[in-house]
Design a protein around this ligand. Structure first.
Ligand SMILES: Cc1ncc(COP(=O)(O)O)c(C=O)c1O
Length: 398
């Protein structure tokens, strides 16, 4: 691969991504990898089978197609190895299962993705692991105060889910490492194009590939990328659990990665433009977007991140559920649905009742917006219709 753009560190991350994970010369010149479907892989002799002395041994353990995607993600993350799993949530649960055992203590940032909290409070609890939550605003000192001798994992997400709280990732990881804990971070919002967790002391970087890497709302997948110290136990746990992904799905995500840099630029600029406009509206109490100077965590975001993706929230200026429903029901382009990172705009009301420290804003409902790739002016008009509908509820309450 001596002439490959991925072997030249001087190239921009976009150039490296576009050429990562596949070497056309090894595949008859085809610019894209083949989709290898297969469970059984034959060995040439009994001796080769006994020693498992060949690169691929069984479909579950890896195929050239899965490797192409794993290597492309390694290239972006700067990781020693990546595992693929069937959803973003599995990319949370598998590393937690890999590194925690009965009697361990796990510290999780309180602004975490809701189902991650549920996994900790249900399955991890049943397995004898105690989880506690750390207030993102308490900073590294707050984390230090909660660390114990048996704290084995510190699990971060930045910005926080739905409310976008920021933390100093390197400072949190340094505190975790003082006591020998493993650090994991859900990096789905930024993608490795805007933030590379391993460069900031994170041991395992987690992605819902379902979102921007897939990019078309037609696939579920997750990845966990590890440093050299942690890839082996992670891969072992993946194989103990018997989890991998379909080659067709892996190919679609691999394909999605090629356009992710241009899609992200478009998501970023439209989202910021709309966020700035929403800040001027009387129906909105606050806009929760890390790239806005008015946002509490803005300086932390600016210092650590290379960009902002297309997901942010607004806090309505009162009106409760009625205003939220009026806003959402007036939207025509924005769909009402879960997930984000696809080409289409989406909206939902966030429910944050299970937070222990990072409580929901009190002014009104929190509406999360995923800004898609539609024309930004069309999106602005759609949001305006939503705000007018919410505004009539607010006016009735004054
Ligand atoms: C931050 C974050 N992590 C993980 C996930 C889970 O991804 P998936 O839907 O593929 O399970 C989501 C999904 O919304 C998410 O928002």
């Amino acid at each position: 691969m001596s002439n490959s753009p991925t072997s030249t560190p001087d190239y921009d991350s976009t150039t490296r991504l576009l050429h990562a994970g596949h070497e056309p010369r090894e595949f008859h010149g085809f610019v894209n990898p083949a989709v290898f479907r297969g469970s059984t892989i034959l060995f040439p002799s009994a001796a080769a089978m006994r020693s498992r002395d060949q690169r691929y041994t069984y479909g579950l353990r890896g195929t050239p197609t899965l490797e192409s995607l794993e290597r492309a993600i390694d290239e972006m993350e700067g990781s020693a190895g990546t595992i693929l799993v069937p959803s973003g949530l599995a990319a949370v649960s598998v590393p937690l299962l890999a590194f925690l055992r009965s009697g361990d203590h796990c510290l999780v940032i309180d602004s975490i993705y809701g189902p991650t909290r549920h996994f900790c409070d249900s399955m991890l609890k049943r397995l004898g692991v105690e989880t506690e939550y750390v207030d993102p605003r308490s900073g590294p000192e707050g984390l230090r105060a909660q660390m114990r001798d048996n704290t084995r994992v510190v699990f971060l997400e930045a910005p926080g889910s739905n409310t976008f709280e920021m933390i100093d990732v390197a400072a949190f990881c340094a505190v975790a490492h003082e006591r020998g804990a493993v650090t994991m971070m859900d990096n789905t919002w930024a993608t490795p194009l805007f933030f590379r967790p391993l460069d900031h002391g994170v041991d395992l970087s987690i992605h819902a590939l379902t979102k921007y890497p897939g990019g078309h709302s037609d696939i579920l997948m997750g990845s966990v990328s590890a440093t050299a110290d942690y890839i082996r136990p992670l891969r072992e746990a993946q194989m103990e659990l018997g989890i991998n992904v379909s080659p067709d799905d892996a190919y679609l995500v691999y394909r999605g990665l090629k356009t992710m840099p241009v899609r992200l630029k478009a998501h970023q600029s439209a989202a910021l433009h709309l966020a700035q406009w929403l800040e001027t509206r009387p129906e909105i109490a606050r806009v929760l977007h890390p790239a806005l100077p008015s946002f509490e965590g803005h300086e932390l975001w600016k210092r650590q991140f290379g960009g902002a993706s297309g997901l942010f929230s607004v806090v309505l200026a009162g009106g409760g559920t009625r205003a939220a429903d009026a806003f959402l029901d007036a939207l025509r382009i924005f769909g009402l649905g879960y997930s984000w990172g696809g080409f289409e705009s989406l909206a939902l009301e966030s429910h944050l009742n299970d937070r222990r420290h990072a409580h929901a804003p009190t002014e009104g409902s929190v509406i999360r917006l995923q800004i898609g790739l539609e024309d930004p002016e069309d999106l602005r008009r759609d949001l305006e219709a939503g705000l007018e509908a919410a505004g009539s509820i607010l006016a009735g309450q004054r």
